[in-house]
Design a protein around this ligand. Sequence first.
Ligand SMILES: [Zn+2]
Length: 226
Amino acid sequence: MRAEQAWGAFTLVFALGTIAVAAVLVSLGHDPYQIGAFAIIAIMVYLYVMYKRYHIELVTEGDIALFSDPDDLRILCEIYGLGGSGRAYIDRQRLKDFVRAHPERSFVWVAPRPVRSVGSALAIPSPEPEEELTVPRLVKKLLSDTPSESSMKGPLIGGARRSSERLAAMGECPVCESTLEKTRSVCPECGADLEFYSVLADSRLGRRLISEKTGARKRKLRYTAE
Ligand SMILES: [Zn+2]
């Protein structure tokens, strides 16, 4: 099920639920105008949060090639609801297929699992032919899939240029949050390419990826400490 459809169904459930609660409160003798205003505010807040959090940038094919950490690729797959395998070449391929399935789009809707399950519970099942990728076919696809010239924009996400000012202004590593004493291009603590992640952090998608990455790193550190 596509994220838009899942959100459509989920929003319908939310709106109907809000209306039902409002109707019950009014029938219990509460002021209908006040309850109506609250219901409208609740729906507006819901729509705002949904839009802010789940309408995110679609990474470009060229940018996919710039991610070298398999963890980043896995997190990206999970953000887009593709299911990360943790194996770089598979995740990279899933992302490429996803990008190609959304041509001319710079933003896409993503839906977390609970929203998807509400959506599919309400959906009328329609057979969606999904091509099963067998290993030989995958290998063939990988060999034929070289990113097009135009999609390779440069060394940083979105074709941003590297600049020493950006590095000089950085007080802490965007990934591990350790303080940077002097200007560096690579974090001495976690080895992250500081400019790459700093530019990435300018987008909703990037902030999500980095917060997942930071969380995963902290969990890993905790395990090794125990
Ligand atoms: Zn770091």
